[in-house]
Design a protein around this ligand. Structure first.
Ligand code: PLP
Length: 330
């Protein structure tokens, strides 16, 4: 399969234009110099051009297309209070004239900072459900959808951090974009470092990479789950994406990428000593901010791989956004 064929299959699955693509892909001059390393690049998914930007915009292009197709007027999603998905969803809803309902654990804080402030400015409805596990929070979404249906609202639910087959189509399109930029500029990029939370971003990239004959090696840096658990999530998401696209090519995650859980510390929401240091070092080197929970960790991994000479050739770091949550992390 070539890029054009994959691109056609993705358009057929239903896509809206919400972001500003292509996002830049450019060299990291100082990082490269400091480490005296293989040439390092950055893919600026922080600059995806809707709301605070970030990786969720690509998933939403496909998920919101489905919501409109189903005739929904309200989108419900859930996440931690600083969830980038919630704010990206509220931004997309604003642009499309839909109502966003965001479900968070805990109580509404007196001072709205970071993404909570943006959600308020976007006029999203925020629902706080008190102390609850992820599972309890997610189980509440269909209950809420039923309540809203009684008021005449037709809802679309985005579950699981948008990490499902349809959401993953976003990074299949993203992968095509990256390959086009590499070819256009003749960048010597051989490997790409990406964060793995629920695994939607990584699944999309890994699947597209496999379909196009593995032009890159993908190194997935887990920020939340152990490598086997993340691998399981990614496999399920790829199988779902395959069902949507009707492409009969089996992609085995185990063989198609490298997943490391060595940089996540205690997992989601926790920084490590190195990731904390990176939130200072990287802006001081490149003038680009990274946040603490997701995207400082793949950068630490890329640095460590360079120092330990675990990789060769040009390397690319995928910056997945999250700038607005940074304000609530310190
Ligand atoms: C959600 C998110 C991720 C992780 O995406 P998954 O698809 O859940 O793996 C990474 N970085 C940022 C900034 C995010 O908001």
């Amino acid at each position: 399969m070539n890029k054009q064929q994959l691109s056609t299959a993705l358009e057929k699955a239903g896509r809206l234009r919400l972001g500003q693509f292509p996002t830049p892909l450019h060299p990291l001059a100082q990082f490269h110099k400091k480490l005296n390393a293989p040439t390092a690049y950055i893919k600026r998914e922080d600059l995806s051009g809707l709301g605070p930007g970030g990786n969720k915009v690509r998933s939403l292009e496909f998920l919101m297309a489905e919501a409109l197709k189903q005739g929904c007027d309200t989108v419900i999603t859930a996440g931690g209070q600083q969830s980038n998905l919630c704010t990206a969803t509220a931004s997309a809803c604003a642009k499309l004239g839909l109502k966003a309902v965001l479900v968070h654990q805990g109580e509404e804080p007196e001072n709205l900072v970071g993404n909570l402030l943006l959600n308020r400015l976007l006029n999203a409805a925020s629902v706080y459900i008190g102390e609850a596990s992820h599972e309890q929070r997610d189980a509440y979404l269909p209950v809420l959808a039923k309540e809203l249906a009684l008021k005449g609202q037709k809802t679309f639910i985005i579950e699981n951090g948008a990490s499902n087959g349809r959401g993953a189509l976003g990074y299949m399109a993203g992968f095509i974009e990256i390959m086009e930029q590499i070819e256009l500029h003749q960048y010597p990029i051989r490997a790409i470092f990406v964060p793995g939370g629920n695994g939607g971003l990584a699944a999309g990239l890994v699947y597209a990479n496999a379909l196009l004959g593995q032009p890159l090696s993908v190194i997935v840096v887990s920020v939340e789950y152990t490598a086997p658990v993340l691998r399981g999530h990614m496999q399920r998401i790829i199988d779902e994406a395959q069902d949507i696209l009707q492409i009969p090519v089996f992609c085995d995650v185990e063989k198609s990428c490298r997943i490391t859980d060595a940089y996540m510390g205690e997992g989601w929401g926790h920084n490590t000593e190195e990731s904390m240091k990176m939130t200072y070092d990287f802006p001081q080197m490149e003038g680009i901010f990274v946040e603490n929970v997701y995207n400082s960790k793949p950068l630490v991994a890329m640095q460590d791989f360079i120092i330990k000479e675990k990789v060769s050739g040009g390397l690319c770091y995928l910056h997945s956004g999250g700038f607005s949550s940074l304000f609530a992390q310190f």
